[in-house]
Design a protein around this ligand. Structure first.
Ligand SMILES: [Zn+2]
Length: 150
């Protein structure tokens, strides 16, 4: 289904995942790439209940803003998603950074590594990921504590 240059994919989505997308905490989709998903496409997620084998009637749209097949099963793809509101506001997707205190660097959700000379991300005024442009979100247990290990 193509309209004005972009493609919308109609996809079934199980209730627990659908709700997480609506809540804004699940900003990705892992799918079998049998539809040639591309950045810029839209996913039209339709809540589908596996117990009743029926659509619930709820649906939502998300824009594909990033995709990779890195470390996926053959033929599968991970897509980073953005809501229509975030798109309107020009908000970018988040990039989660995990601090590795063994090797003193951050592993980014977009699969790069980043190390700081000194200090924390905040002290270095790092707000956006230099690789994917996503808003940096530090993984929970991964804060680089000032002074720890010194
Ligand atoms: Zn990134």
């Amino acid at each position: 289904m193509t309209e004005a240059g972009w493609t919308a994919h109609e996809l079934k989505c199980w209730p627990e995942y659908f709700q997480a997308v609506l809540d804004g905490v699940k900003m990705f989709e892992i799918r079998k790439n049998d539809r040639d998903f591309k950045v810029g496409d839209w996913l039209h997620l339709q809540e589908w209940c596996p117990k009743t084998q029926a659509y619930t009637g709820r649906s939502t749209k998300r824009e594909v803003v990033y995709s990779t097949g890195w470390e996926q099963k053959p033929g599968y793809i991970v897509m980073g998603l953005r809501s229509p509101t975030d798109r309107q506001m020009g908000r970018v997707a988040a990039c989660e950074w995990t601090y590795d205190d063994m090797d003193d660097y951050y592993e980014t959700a977009c699969k790069r590594g980043y190390s700081l000379e000194d200090g924390t991300l905040e002290e270095n005024y790092h707000k956006y990921c230099p690789y994917c442009g996503g808003l940096i979100q530090l993984a929970q247990a991964a804060q680089k504590e000032k002074g720890v290990g010194e």
